[in-house]
Design a protein around this ligand. Structure first.
Ligand SMILES: NC(=O)c1ccc[n+]([C@@H]2O[C@H](COP(=O)([O-])OP(=O)(O)OC[C@H]3O[C@@H](n4cnc5c(N)ncnc54)[C@H](O)[C@@H]3O)[C@@H](O)[C@H]2O)c1
Length: 256
């Protein structure tokens, strides 16, 4: 009997904390993996290989359309297919609104929003040309809905990601391509872990915003990604799964 071909999942920002946890979940689900990131982390690549997956690491800047195209050519050359594409690479900084420079603003849009557009459109073009279906997953954020101080361009880029998910879902649905977003809350990982290191005084405020009473872990996010990768999510498109321990409702009910 011929062995069924393994599905392949691509994760941008794949050696970052949420990207890596999500890729690990995909490996547990039997997928081979492409990690696309602007920086290398051989330890993480090897750790996934040790779990039995074929892993391809591609160094690419998602804000550079040409670099994304070159990287995707490698994906098809190596695997001949792609089944799941998770746009996840992101940046953030903490700066008062009056002090953001135009460069910093544009950098957020280039990576957090335009990067998702480049990867989604290039992947979808290839799927449509080949008659393949696929699942696109965006890492959004609870602040796509909730304005938050010091991270204005981040909030705006994530609001854009949420609209991009819905617009792309609408136009790609006839091809059997789904686009959904996951909106994590305050995760003790990656961007927020660094923020907490720089501004330890933020912890108390963050905790007061989380109705479930514990800070989120990367694995909490990866569990929801696992659902979006699985067949159980086949009838979902154009939606966000907010998995934030209740931050959105917590912020809405906070005393003013
Ligand atoms: N940590 C949180 O609390 C939190 C909450 C909600 C949403 N998110 C989102 O999760 C995603 C992952 O963030 P994280 O917390 O794991 O941070 P992280 O810094 O650990 O991961 C981000 C990764 O993106 C990569 N990256 C940055 N710019 C890139 C570029 N131009 N091209 C390719 N790769 C690039 C980085 O090298 C890094 O590996 C982001 O989209 C972030 O907005 C994080």
């Amino acid at each position: 009997m011929q062995e069924e071909a393994r599905r392949v999942g691509l994760v941008t920002g794949g050696v970052g904390d949420l990207g890596y946890a999500s890729a690990k979940k995909m490996v547990e689900m039997g997928l081979d993996i492409v990690l696309m990131d602007i920086r290398e982390d051989n330890q993480r690549v090897e750790a996934l290989r040790e779990r039995g997956a074929r892993v391809l690491f591609l160094q690419a800047d998602v804000s550079d359309r040409g670099a994304v195209q070159t990287a995707l050519e490698r994906v098809w050359a190596e695997f001949g297919r792609l089944d799941v594409c998770m746009c996840n690479a992101g940046i953030s900084m903490n700066v008062p609104f009056l002090e953001y420079t135009v460069e910093e603003w544009n950098q957020h849009m280039d990576v957090n929003l335009n990067g998702y557009f480049h990867v989604t459109q290039e992947v979808a073009k290839r799927w449509v040309a080949a008659g393949d279906k696929g699942k696109i997953i965006f890492t959004g954020s609870w602040v796509q809905d909730v304005p938050y101080k010091l991270i204005a361009p981040y909030c705006v880029s994530k609001a854009g990601v949420w609209m991009l998910a819905r617009c792309a879902a609408l136009e790609l649905a006839p091809y059997g391509i789904t686009v959904n977003a996951i909106a994590p809350g305050i995760v003790e990982a990656g961007l927020t872990a660094r923020e907490l290191k720089d501004f330890p005084e933020f912890r108390e405020e963050f905790m007061s915003l989380i109705p479930l009473g514990r800070i989120q872990q990367a694995e909490d996010v990866a569990d929801v990604v696992g659902f979006l990768v699985s067949e159980a999510s086949d009838y979902l498109t154009g939606t966000t799964i907010t998995c934030d321990g209740g931050c959105v409702v917590g912020a809405a009910s906070a005393p003013k």
